[in-house]
Design a protein around this ligand. Structure first.
Ligand SMILES: [Fe+2]
Length: 395
């Protein structure tokens, strides 16, 4: 069933990539675009982005494979909020503020684990995986309370395509399906639900948009990455937009094999190739070392405008065995080095330069369609009041 989903769209995208490859061109934005350089360093702007984007927009906080079994959970801090994600005995993923409803202590204190109950380490109140209060310590002395009113504070949680989205705003009325814009149906095709969570790590980066720009940017690849993976790659990209989400592909210069193959037999890797971004903070990139896999990069703003944290998560279609394990570690170590030494080192440098006031504006070319669209969405979302938010995704 998952394998027919989106097939027509995916084949269309391959045909488009072949057509542009033949003419050695790419689709171009109507004009060059500029945005104020201060968008990357103004602390007030940063607060607005955190409040209006990260607190209101569904965030992909965990792949299913990170908490696959009933009882699995993870905790994380997301723009200052302590979040607990659980999987119940019913198999349902749920997210909560990680705060005991007695006095607010974190009920789960480990980064991840498997538990039937979360016992608050402060006074011993206990909660189940659905967030229900199950036990009050010394209940007879504590006094009468309505336990039903003391569940953990739940956050809207949607699990699709082997990925878990959470909305931090507890009053959100956002239509998550409208926000996903059908993109989840294409992502479904990876089959992430059954993949293996191999490894993750966190890298410190510059301003979240400085960092995120790079994930949509193929223009820089043969230049900045000339010493690593870039020298033989094109500086051209084709962006396909699904609401605010964008899939990035190279034009296909080498298409003769594909043209000689019936479309029904086009390889899965070709159909799902490239970088899949999920607005506002995720990039999914395929790789081959050690077996079929993806690196999911999850960017979150740090405490100040000049800081971000990227969690690199490595998912593999099959758990690696034997020599594949070392090959997978090697692949991941390489990707980390590229991101830290090349992308983020450049990002920290440009962050300082912009903050100095060196430029009034930064410029995105007609070939940088991905970033043009991304910054357009950032502006539209921060400009929209809560009641207008759904309208952005349904127009
Ligand atoms: Fe890069």
């Amino acid at each position: 069933m998952g394998h027919t989903l989106g097939t027509a769209e995916l084949r269309d995208m391959v045909r488009t990539a072949i057509a542009y490859g033949k003419t050695r061109s790419i689709p171009l934005a109507p004009s060059v675009m500029t945005i104020p350089a201060s968008n990357y360093y103004d602390p007030w702007r940063f607060e607005v982005e955190v409040d209006r984007i990260f607190k209101r927009i569904p965030l992909m906080l965990a792949p299913t494979a990170e908490l696959p079994k009933p009882g699995d959970y993870k905790t994380m801090e997301v723009v200052g909020l302590p979040v607990l994600i659980t999987r119940g005995q019913d198999g349902v993923a749920r997210a909560f503020l990680n705060a005991c409803t007695h006095r607010g202590a974190n009920v789960a204190t480990k980064a991840r684990g498997n538990a039937k109950r979360f016992v608050c380490p402060y006074h011993g109140w206990s909660f189940d995986q659905t967030g229900a209060l199950r036990g009050v310590a010394a209940a007879e002395e504590f006094g009468d309370i309505d336990k039903g009113c003391y569940s953990l504070k739940a956050l809207t949680t949607v699990e699709r395509s082997g990925l878990i989205w959470v909305v931090l705003d507890r009053n959100s009325t956002l239509d998550v399906d409208a926000f996903l814009s059908g993109y989840d149906k294409l992502l479904e095709r990876f089959g992430f639900r059954d993949w293996h969570f191999f490894e993750k790590r966190v890298i410190k980066g510059p301003n979240w948009k400085v960092a995120y720009d790079g994930y949509m940017d193929y223009y820089h690849i043969p230049v900045l990455h000339r010493e690593t993976f870039g020298p033989d790659m094109l500086n051209q990209a084709i962006y396909s937009a699904f609401g605010p989400h964008q899939r990035v592909q190279f034009p296909l210069r080498e298409y003769s094999d594909l043209e000689a193959t019936p479309e029904e037999a086009w390889p899965e890797a070709t159909l799902m190739d490239g970088v899949w971004t999920i607005f506002p903070h995720i990039s999914i990139a395929s790789f081959g070392g050690g077996g079929r896999g993806v690196m999911i990069s999850q960017l979150l703003p740090g405490e100040t405008v000049g800081e971000s944290y990227t969690t690199q998560m490595y998912l593999m279609a099959e758990p690696p065995n034997g020599d594949e394990i070392a090959a997978a570690h090697e692949q991941f170590a390489f990707l980390r080095k590229v991101v830290e030494d090349e992308d983020y080192t450049t990002g920290f440098g440009l962050q300082k330069a912009l903050k100095s006031g060196a430029l009034d504006e930064v410029t995105f070319g007609r070939n940088e369609t991905g970033a043009q669209r991304f910054h357009g969405w950032v502006d539209r979302i921060i400009g929209a009041d809560d009641e207008d938010l759904n309208g952005l995704f349904t127009d």
